[in-house]
Design a protein. Sequence first.
Length: 250
Amino acid sequence: MKVVIVEDEKPAARRLNRLLNKRELDVVVMLHSVAEGVAWFSKNEHPDLIFLDIQLSDGLSFEIFENVKVKSAIIFTTAYDEYALKAFKLNSIDYLLKPIDDEELDDAIEKFEETHQSKSVQLNVDDFRNLLHLSPSSNYKSRFTIQIGQHLKIIDVDDIVCFYSENKATYIQNSEGRAYLMDASLEQLEKDLDPSLFFRINRKCIVNLKAIKDIISYTNSRLELKLMNFKEFQMIVSRERVKDFKSWIS
């Protein structure tokens, strides 16, 4: 059985690849964006099965099917909430909730093997967009996976204090005051984060509303934020973002 993984979080993609290799499934390629997906499926023989993340760095993975007629079965890998998962189930598409459990992966593969028929996937992209938007939080990630050496660490959004960039690298800091290197830019992260909970205060920082301990007037009509267990540098809301910030916290 030939398999393709479409997943923008590279540590998660590598972990899924290892899980599938243990089950002697042939992972042909790992793709990380809509653009990569369109390019690859346009030029290569389609696999038997696709493991498909929903939110990619450059858009929803469904957009691949707006450009290419994909002839493969699909198992979604997702961190979306229960409402959206029920919607996928009703549309006869299987799913795996991240982080992927071994037994659930086995069940999904077994279901595919029992029901697979050689025919093109029929997905109504607009229907799926509507289903996702019915649940306000369903478009945003509820957790992030970070690679630390040979290990993967899962950080829930409620445990995130902030994201920040430094020396051309991006970091995520948790409530314990520990920072971890990320394979993503702040621009990419903004698409994944619920704007009711996270706000980009300047070019290099995104903060979690729940992590703000104090807000202090600062020079040049700016604001300084005191965050939970954060001492790396001053968190300053840039002057041009102060008005939007005040509206955000009100």
